[in-house]
Design a protein around this ligand. Structure first.
Ligand code: SF4
Length: 392
């Protein structure tokens, strides 16, 4: 065991001082805190470790997959779901021992497996953590969840340590892989990587509950307008592996459909809340204007005595109600914009309100004032000048 540990540490020393772990081949001295294309030094950086329910059903099961998300990435996919993590904007530096403990803690929580998400640039440290965790009682399968931009030599370091490979086959067309992931040689690299992974783990093996214990699942995401490449990928996978259990194809439109239906539900809920708020605000404006008319009855009487016509009084109170409502609208727009931008920043999204949203909000505020201010204005306009002048 001691010999095995020393061997891994030697490899770690060599790899980290002139890193060629992935096809970027940066040769950076990560031990000297230099960062390569993956944006990571030799310090193990983890962004999230938790039970994850949304992998393939045979990976997550009902209990969840013990996902560990590593910061940084060797690809730059424009459609990345974990953009902040891949761009190394989030993550905590931990030791190899702590990573081994995290694996054991996830097993304690009932995880069906340990799911290493974007692990390529930390393979050496991960290999050491797996060995330590295995010695301390880790028995669940290890899943290697990768974009497949992998060197064969790096994958060979994992032979015997990984039970399930979960690689992507993103593109065949090199112009697409260059444009959307900045990796012109993606298909050449990924196809060889898939061969090595399959060589290590073979065909899928499932337990009685249908949970995967060993094997490989290749993932492919159909990009909008790029179905020609997806057809080539599926053909390639079929001709290479000839087994339906080995690949999972997801269309981005499917993901967008579920996202859109979620957004529609949330929008309907928010729309209902906004409608009730507007009604309450309108009743509020109406009450304020009624009080104003009552308190200014004498003023209305004087104006009428001096010749103000009914339409002029009506106009005055309707405009006052609209101005009040518009002021409320402006305050609401300012607070809403600050809140939306802040929440957007925290969530890593661009969530600035559009000019159209601002114009619509302002117009609705003015309309509420006009609508709910009309009744008090009519009451003011209909006052008898003599009665109004006698008012105290
Ligand atoms: S793992 Fe990082 S530093 Fe090493 S070759 Fe790849 S991108 Fe460069």
């Amino acid at each position: 065991m001691k010999k095995e540990k020393n061997m891994t540490e030697n490899i770690a020393d060599k790899e980290m001082s002139e890193c060629k772990l992935c096809p970027r081949n940066c040769k950076k001295n990560r031990k000297n805190k230099e960062k390569g294309y993956c944006l990571m030094t030799d310090e193990l950086c983890v962004a999230r470790a938790a039970l994850h329910m949304w992998e393939e059903p045979c990976i997550s099961g009902e209990e969840g997959s013990g996902a560990v998300f590593f910061s940084g990435c060797t690809l730059r996919c424009v459609f990345c779901q974990n953009r902040n993590i891949a761009a190394a904007q989030t993550g905590k530096i931990i030791s190899i021992d702590r990573l081994a403990d995290i694996f054991l803690e996830l097993q304690e929580k009932g995880a069906n497996n340990i799911n290493l998400v974007t692990p390529t640039h930390f393979v050496v440290q991960i290999a050491q953590a797996i060995k330590k965790a295995r010695r301390n009682g880790l028995i669940i399968p290890i899943v290697y969840n990768t974009g497949s931009y992998e060197n064969i030599e790096t994958l060979k370091l994992l032979d015997g340590l990984i039970d399930i490979y979960l690689p992507d086959m993103k593109y065949m067309d090199s112009s697409l892989s260059l444009k959307y992931s900045n990796a012109k040689d993606y298909f050449d690299v990924a196809s060889k990587a898939l061969d090595e992974m399959f060589k290590q783990v073979g065909k899928p093996v499932f337990d009685k509950r249908g949970i995967m214990k060993r094997g490989m699942i290749v993932r492919h995401l159909i990009l909008p307008g790029m179905t020609y490449d997806s057809k080539n990928v599926i053909k390639y996978l079929y001709e290479t592996f000839k087994d339906d259990d080995l690949y999972n194809v997801t269309a981005m439109s499917e993901m967008l459909d579920s996202l859109n239906s979620m957004i529609a539900m949330v929008s309907a809920g928010l729309g209902g809340i906004a409608g009730i708020s507007l009604l309450v605000a309108g009743v509020g404006v109406m009450n304020i204007m009624l009080v104003s008319v009552t308190e200014r009855t004498r003023e209305i009487g004087i104006r009428k005595a001096l010749g103000a016509r009914k339409s002029v009084i009506l106009q005055q109170f309707v405009i006052e109600a609209a101005v009040q409502s518009a002021m409320g609208g402006i305050i609401g727009i300012i607070i809403g914009s600050i809140a939306t931008t802040t929440v957007g920043k925290l969530a890593g999204l661009n969530a600035t309100p559009t000019p159209m949203a601002v114009i619509v909000s302002f117009s609705v505020s003015v309309a509420i004032g006009l609508f709910f201010g009309y009744m008090p204005a009519r009451r003011a306009a209909s006052l008898n000048p003599i009665d109004a002048l006698r008012s105290e």
